[in-house]
Every structure is written in C-alpha cells, then in structure tokens.
Design a protein around this ligand. Structure first.
Ligand code: GLY
Ligand code: MN
Ligand code: MN
Length: 466
C-alpha cells in the first residue's frame, strides 16, 4: 500500500515515543524552581535561556551532549536546539519551550525526541513551538518592552537571534538586558529537598563506592587507566550516565600533577596513587579524592605526610557549622599543615607551607563540579548556611621543583639544596584528601564518608577487601 510521507510519519512516530521520560516528581521540583526564580524578577521581566550547542568531535561524530546547567535546573529538558522562555506577567503562556521538531529520519538513528507534545505534556510547558520558529514567533508572546534576563555566551547562534530581536534597531531602546545567572547561582547554592530528591547524594554514593572498589583493585604493575576503568565501570553499572569530570589517577610523580588525567603510567611498588574521581548523577557531580599506597601499605614517609593532610581536613570538618566563614576553614587547614611540615623539617615558618600546598582547599559543588555561588558578598566573606555543599580538600605535594619556590620566602640557594637532599625520601609523594560536606542546622555531615580515609581503614580494605 502506498502511504503519503506525511501520513506515514503520523502512523510511525507514536510507536517511537519511548524518549526517556523523566519522573513526574522531578517535574514538580523543576516547577517549584521556576516559581522561585520568577518571584525574584522585577515586574515587566521576561527570561530566556539558551541550550548548550552540540559540538562536532570529528567527522560526523558529536561530543556527548549535556544540557546547560541552568536550563536543566529550571526544566529538566535535555535536548539540544531548545530555548526556554519565561514570561511571568502573561495571562496564559508563561512558560514556553522551543524544541526540535520530531522527525522520522533522525529518530530512526537517534531515538525519539520529546517534540512539541512532550514539551507540553511531560515537561509541562504552557505551550511549545519549534526551535526554528523562535525568531519569527517568540515576540508575539512578549510585551513590547521591559527587562530581558538572558545569559550571553552559552550559545552563539541563539545570542545572535537575541541581539537581532531585542537589541538592534528600535527595540534596542525598549529592552534592558540583565544576566539571570546570579539569581540562579544563589538558588543553586543552597541545596533543598529538591536537590536531594534529584539524586545529589546518589552521585556521591556511587563515587564513594567506586573509590572503595578501586582501592580493592590496586596492585603494583597495574596501569593507571586500569583503575580509571574500575571507577567508570562502577559509575555506569550504578546508573551514572557520565563522569562529573575526567578521572585523575596519578601514581608516583603524577600524584603531584593536580589535574593529571592522562592516566597512562604503570604504577609501581612503594608509590602512592592519588585518585580524584567523581560521578555525575541527576546532573550533580561528586568530587572525591583518596590517596593510597600502590602496594597497600603506607611507607613511614607517606604515612607522615598523609596524617598531616588528614588531620588538617578533620580540623576543618569539625569547625563547619552555620555562621562560619570558609576562609576560617582554610586557615585552620593551613595551620595544621604548617605545624606538620615544620615538624618534618620542610619549612621554618607556618606561612611557608603554601609552597607545598599548590591549590585552594575548597569550592562549592552541585550541578558543576566547581559550582556557582559567591564566597564574598558586598565585600565581606559570607557565613555558611544550612544546605550549602562544598569540598574540603587539603593537599601536600612534594615535587623537586616546588622547593625552588622557597626562594621567594627568603631561603638561600644553599638552604634549598640542603632541604632537597635531606628530604629526598619524601620526593614524589603527592597527597590530597577530598570530601563533600553539607552544612546542617547544627553542624555538618560528610556526604562522602563511605570512602575510607583513615590509614588503618585504607590498609585493611586494600589487604582484606573490607
Ligand atoms: N576534581 C577537581 C577538584 O578537586 O577541584
Ligand atoms: Mn574539588
Ligand atoms: Mn577533586
């Protein structure tokens, strides 16, 4: 029987309708977020959010797609070629999604899309139109003037459309543009029930379990990428669609390269291996680092450095509660590290410890591994509040080259050479311990404590598998 292409499309598309359906309770969370966001806009405001573009990796292969975090945070909509429009003052169409048209030939290759029906049904848009119609039709839904909340720089093609529609020509006089990102950063900074329902803790649990399995697997002679494989196996097996960031598996001298992710070296007996690895789940990223001995038993020198880093981290964790400022945690960690390194003969004064610490000790986490949110507000450090989630990640890195930085701290060349020689036995020990901490009403909880940190616990796990 001959079927006209259009009729054929109608017959076949519903059969393909198995696009991955988000849970309806998740849709409640996105709706609450939109309501909360809208409350913070001035009257006569509209907000438009651009999707992330797709990027070609090579030939006709694209990089794995991930929706822009604010777009996802407000909608749960994960497809490219999409625009989210919020027009709170409208009578009827306050939430509009512009989405890809459903198309039999592309769905044959890539699976079903939400389409207009899915955008209005599953994703609860008041109406939906095709992405291609955005420029032609969006303005028919909007007032003639006001404040447009839009973040430039996410999608250059959509930026161009926005410029033409709102900024160029006579409309340029009628609209003022404001970046909505700061409002969303404040919302995203304080995690609430919605964030936990959407799986933030699960991202951390999956990652902690992967750290445990990695510790059990490590043996001298294995390659760093084999440990990466353990992490990624546990992530995928547990339902994490992708890593929060590339696995950092640094053994021996690589333990001193902060974001080393080539993971190609063979791990040797007597070295440490630093594993900074976190899964993504529900768009949330975990961020956990553990450093362990390749042969399962810390040497005396590794143990000494490790214990200083662990003591520093524990001192900071104990201090976390509402009202504390993050720089107080940094100072506490630096104090412990300074005293420890003086004790081992590395430095003369506590402040010199910075030569061996190399990076900041904390950042917010959430939808990004380095998440949004200000630490300084109105020129003042902001006190911690319940619901904030951040890492505590002190580290000490003993690399031959870092000793040179002691020159800036008034150590003579002779002193530096002497230190380098005396401390040779500590060389290539890079230790970082990183956990994900939530501020509670009364203190804090270590969300990643399922991955062991104590020396005895690590050695027992590596020896006995428990
Ligand atoms: N994994 C990157 C970091 O710890 O900040
Ligand atoms: Mn981190
Ligand atoms: Mn990390």
């Amino acid at each position: 029987m001959f079927i006209k292409p259009r009729a054929f499309l109608l017959l076949v598309l519903p059969a393909l309708q198995a696009f991955s359906q988000p849970l309806q309770q998740d849709m409640d969370v996105f709706a609450q977020r939109r309501a909360e966001f809208i409350k913070q806009l001035a009257p006569q405001s509209v907000a438009i959010f651009a999707c992330k573009p797709e990027y070609i990796r090579n030939g006709d292969v694209e990089y794995e797609y991930r929706q822009e975090s604010n777009f996802y945070y407000l909608s749960g909509f994960e497809e490219p070629e999409s625009i989210l429009l919020l027009n709170p003052a409208a009578e009827r169409y306050r939430y509009i999604l512009f989405v890809r048209r459903r198309n039999f030939s592309s769905e044959t290759w890539q699976g079903a899309k939400a389409g207009i029906e899915g955008a209005m049904g599953t994703f609860r848009a008041d109406t939906a139109l095709t992405f291609q119609d955005f420029q032609k039709l969006a303005q028919t839904f909007l007032p003639k003037s006001g404040t447009l909340h839009y973040s430039f720089g996410i999608n250059l093609k959509i930026d161009e459309m926005i410029r033409e529609m709102f900024l160029e020509g006579p409309q340029g006089e009628s609209w003022s543009v404001k970046d909505p990102a700061p409002i969303l950063a404040e919302m995203r900074l304080i995690k609430n029930d919605g964030d936990w329902e959407m799986g933030f803790q699960k991202a951390i649990d999956i990652s902690a379990r992967a750290h445990v399995e990695a510790m059990k697997a490590i043996k001298p002679g294995m390659y760093e990428y084999e440990i990466q494989a353990v992490f990624e196996y546990v992530y995928r097996k547990s339902g994490s669609p992708r890593n929060g960031y590339p696995c950092i598996i640094g053994s021996g001298s690589n333990s001193g390269i902060l974001h080393y992710d080539r993971n190609t070296r063979q791990m040797r007996d007597g070295e440490v291996v630093l594993m900074d690895c976190g899964a993504e789940y529900g768009y949330y990223s975990a961020d956990i680092t553990r450093t362990v001995p390749v042969n399962g038993k810390f040497t005396q020198e590794q143990r000494a450095i490790y214990q200083i880093v662990l003591d520093a981290q524990n001192a900071a964790i104990r201090m976390v509660k509402p009202g504390i400022i993050k720089s107080a945690l940094d100072s506490a960690m630096m104090d412990v590290i300074g005293a420890g390194l003086i004790g081992l003969g590395f430095i003369k004064e506590k402040n010199d410890a910075q030569v061996f610490t190399l990076h900041g000790f904390s950042h917010w986490i959430g939808l990004e591994v380095h998440d949004v949110g200000k630490t300084i507000v109105n020129g003042k450090p902001r006190p911690l509040l319940p619901g904030m989630v951040f890492t505590l990640e002190p580290g000490i890195y003993v690399r031959p080259d870092v000793f040179d930085k002691l020159k800036d701290r008034k150590y003579t060349d002779e002193e530096i050479e002497k230190l380098r020689a005396e401390l040779e036995k500590y060389m290539h020990i890079g230790i970082r311990i990183e956990d994900d901490i939530v501020v509670t009403e009364t203190g804090q909880r270590n969300l990643s404590e399922a991955a062991p940190r104590d020396i005895d616990a690590i050695e027992s796990l590596m020896k006995n598998g428990r």
